[in-house]
Design a protein around this ligand. Structure first.
Ligand code: KIV
Ligand code: ZN
Length: 508
């Protein structure tokens, strides 16, 4: 059996400390339920002495969790903090008090105004003993362990283990360490601290240098069996190790590392969205595991590879983390393979190569104007291709001048059924009227534009505008036409020509 790595979630404590990420008790309970669905081992529910709201949250979270996870409350190495924390946890089925004090020269000198290491150790020992009066499970954090000399840290950790700590937390509070140095730190403790083999070593890493996940991994590689982390990497400053990242990294390399977690990874996306929507902290699109682009392929070469075999450019099956699937984002960089793949998925027959080439050309023209081509755009594009194939007259170009106080004028060039270019110019009450009149001059039929409507195919300022027109012929019959383009005056001309084509074809 591989070694189990316990997942300690601190979204509700360290995560909530991010400026702007505070949650009320109800919101914390919603997150708690999600953490239970993920199957985390420990939930750090808050810092009870910090406010009556935090106290109440810890109490209610403990009630909600029952025996499904350990519920932990944070304290300083101060008796009153510990008393209040114990009170908040008194109905918890599996309570843990998380107490601690600074160990680095920076913390001792400035935060504790010249406290000596011996004094800090004494305070830590006293805090652990005090917490043990209330609960069996006491975790001790040596704050800013990442910047403490190895021997100082080892002395403090040995003393708190002797005092009764069951878990020792080695935080890189400032995210200063390099991953390999942090690994050496954990190894040093394993090799030099008496009693360490009887307790759980926990790592709590911050992301100030973007290394939080790598630090935690090195911690695990060197003997830690608990990782403290948050959903989406929320936390003080640059945040903490992201749970989805560390758990997936351990999972992808579990054989090599000989470890496992009991996390239900298929809940990651849901958890990420929930925490993002409650805190208002959006997840960057390129965020590992849970970002919107984590399984999106945009370049033609990558799309071609993924269509042939997903694993060419994807190491994780999206369903493993609760994502719907890999997505092929159609852009100007997409090649034939991606376009063909998507159109076939949408049910179009592309067996005619010449036709597909024309569709591809139209797609590239559209993709040049729009950042992303959506399914709705593709339907529109295919509709346009079908209309063109049966057309008698096709639109080659339009030019319009309009605006206050100009008289709207349109110049239109059509290709007639014999392949000749025909150009006409007309004035109108508006640009669409001028366009239709110019087209009438070329086609020379008798009809009336009886209906005109325009609709956006997708959202956004660069969306295709689809125009539907209805024309009424002299015999009273009504013909409809459609056109779609980013420029709605062009969509209008296309729609009008399409309706005229249908009328002429019907009359012939
Ligand atoms: O970063 C840190 O050191 C902490 C401790 C309170 C565990 O959050
Ligand atoms: Zn922290």
């Amino acid at each position: 059996m591989t070694r189990k790595i316990h997942i300690f979630d601190t979204t509700l404590r360290d995560g909530e400390q991010s400026p702007g990420a505070s949650m009320n008790t109800q919101e914390k309970l919603v997150v708690t339920r999600q953490l239970l669905r993920l199957g985390v081992d420990v939930i750090e529910a808050g810092f009870p002495i910090s406010s009556p709201g935090d106290f109440k949250s810890v109490q209610q979270i403990a009630a909600e969790v029952g025996d499904r996870a350990v519920v932990c409350g944070l304290t300083r190495a101060v008796e009153k903090d510990i008393d209040v924390c114990a009170d908040a946890l008194k109905n918890a089925a599996r309570p843990r008090i998380h107490t601690g004090i600074g160990v680095s020269p920076e913390h001792l000198k400035y935060k504790f105004r010249g406290m000596t290491l011996e004094e800090a150790i004494e305070r830590g020992v006293h805090a652990v003993k005090h917490a043990r009066r209330y609960v069996e499970d006491v975790e001790f954090y040596a704050e800013d362990a990442g910047r403490a000399p190895f021997e100082d840290l080892a002395r403090m950790i040995e003393a708190v283990i002797a005092a009764g700590a069951t878990v020792v937390n080695i935080p890189d509070t400032t995210g200063y360490n390099m991953p390999w140095e942090f690994g050496e730190r954990i190894k040093y403790l394993c090799d030099h601290v008496r009693g360490i083999e009887d307790v759980t070593i926990s790592v709590h890493c911050h992301n100030d240098l973007g290394c939080a996940t790598a630090l935690a991994l090195e911690g695990v590689r060197n003997g830690a069996s608990q990782v403290e982390c948050t959903i989406n990497g929320l936390g003080e400053r640059a945040g903490n190790t992201a749970m989805e990242e560390i758990v997936m990294a351990l999972k992808m390399h579990e054989r090599n590392l000989d470890v496992h977690t009991d996390i239900n990874c298929s809940e990651f996306l849901q958890a990420s969205r929930l925490v993002s929507s409650i805190t208002g902290f959006t997840v960057q699109p390129n965020k590992a595991i849970v970002g919107a682009n984590a399984f999106a392929h945009s370049s033609g070469i990558h799309q071609d590879g993924v269509i042939k075999e997903r694993s060419t450019y994807e190491i994780i099956d999206p369903s493993m983390v609760g994502a719907a699937g890999s997505s092929i984002v159609l852009t100007a960089r997409s090649g034939h393979a991606a376009l063909r793949h998507r159109l076939e998925q949408l049910g179009y027959d592309l067996s005619n190569t010449e036709r597909f080439e024309k569709i591809h050309k139209a797609f590239l023209e559209l993709a040049d104007r729009k950042k992303e081509v959506m399914d709705e755009d593709l339907h529109s594009l295919m509709g346009e291709a079908e209309r063109d194939e049966s057309a008698l007259y096709t639109l080659k170009s339009t030019q319009i001048s309009c605006g206050q106080p100009l008289t709207p004028t349109a110049t239109v060039t059509l290709i007639d059924p014999y392949g000749n270019e025909r150009t006409a110019c007309a004035f109108g009450t508006g640009p669409i009227d001028a366009l239709c009149k110019a087209i009438d001059k070329i086609v020379q039929t008798d009809c009336e534009l009886s209906e005109f409507s325009v609709q956006s195919v997708t959202r956004g300022i660069d969306a295709l505008g689809e125009v539907t027109v209805r024309i009424t012929a002299r015999d009273g019959r009504v013909y409809s036409g459609r056109g779609s383009e980013c420029d709605i005056t062009v969509s209008s001309a296309k729609a009008y020509v399409n309706a005229l084509n249908r009328m002429i074809q019907h009359q012939d």
